[in-house]
Design a protein around this ligand. Sequence first.
Ligand SMILES: Nc1ncnc2c1ncn2[C@@H]1O[C@H](COP(=O)(O)OP(=O)(O)OP(=O)(O)O)[C@@H](O)[C@H]1O
Ligand SMILES: [Mg+2]
Length: 346
Amino acid sequence: MNGGKSLQEYHRQAYRLQDMVAVCPSMQQVLSVALQIVDVPTANVLLIGETGTGKDTLAKCLHYSSSRWDQPFVPINCAAIPEALLESELFGHEPGAFTGARGRKQGLLEIAAGGTVFLNEIADMSLSLQAKLLAATEDLHFYRVGGTELVQYNARIIAAINRNIQDAILDRSFRADLYYRLNTIQLRLPPLRERKEDLLPLAKLFIQEMCERHGRLPVRELTHEVLECLRKHRWPGNIRELRQVIERAVILSRTDKITVDDILIDTVRLAPGIQITEEGNIKVEFPPDGIALETVERILIERALQAAHGVQAHAAKLLHISRDTLRYRIQKYGLTGTNPHGDKMG
Ligand SMILES: Nc1ncnc2c1ncn2[C@@H]1O[C@H](COP(=O)(O)OP(=O)(O)OP(=O)(O)O)[C@@H](O)[C@H]1O
Ligand SMILES: [Mg+2]
């Protein structure tokens, strides 16, 4: 494949730290620390950032730009894997450790030997498993589930969290001791609304990517109004949202210019009469036929599901309602693309 290139070589070219867009000072700072530690695989890294700010991308860049790029990069989403399974996924198990554990299985920490384990959404790991992980990272060895023999590992651990870390510690979903352990190097990815200088370079990057992908005319420029529009937006979905807005615009544009008509930013047309202002406030002007409360509810549920990657348990938490209530509303509004079992959607 790829003319004889291995997948790892392909990733090595696709995920280069130096290529990450970083014009704004806070992102430059992140990048300069990342470049310093890229070849210090013994240093744990904690990535903090809202959804869509680039945590996955940065984790891959840290791995594929390091001298260990040809070793395994093993990502695991702690929010998407049922509790009982997560432990044996991470640490492996011995035969007969639990019903159904037939043979011996290596855990991801072992499989990633010499490479990187990327523990995504780490605060969703149970506290007892966090304790086991803490012990493993301190001693660089662990027991497989049901095992009595110590297993050594030498993978770098990169953990990511997408919520406020102090909140997670205060509400006891994240152990303070594990936080200090993983926090050797903390990289905080700023939200896009704080990266105004990066908007244009990112937009240009995505225009090029999307023109190639969709075989469109090479779009040369964004009109002045489009830039204004992009700058005013709050970008709740961060870089992922920008990428999607640009993709849609590239597909819709009929000339070599992208105009405001091609730009559809969700929050701007939240619902007739409801807008989000530049400062992030919600502005409501009732049209003559009013606004149905249900419309607002549906939008909020859709947003929560997006933010939770379709994991219903998460979305329910974000909305302060029970899973049953959420399921009922999803049916009521005929929403799709969600996953009741909590597997992360594509
Ligand atoms: N610096 C960057 N340059 C170019 N593209 C980027 C950059 N950072 C992120 N992206 C793109 O933005 C999108 C979202 O990034 P990513 O998946 O890494 O975010 P995330 O923080 O892991 O999100 P989530 O919390 O939802 O998992 C991806 O399409 C990625 O390719
Ligand atoms: Mg991610």
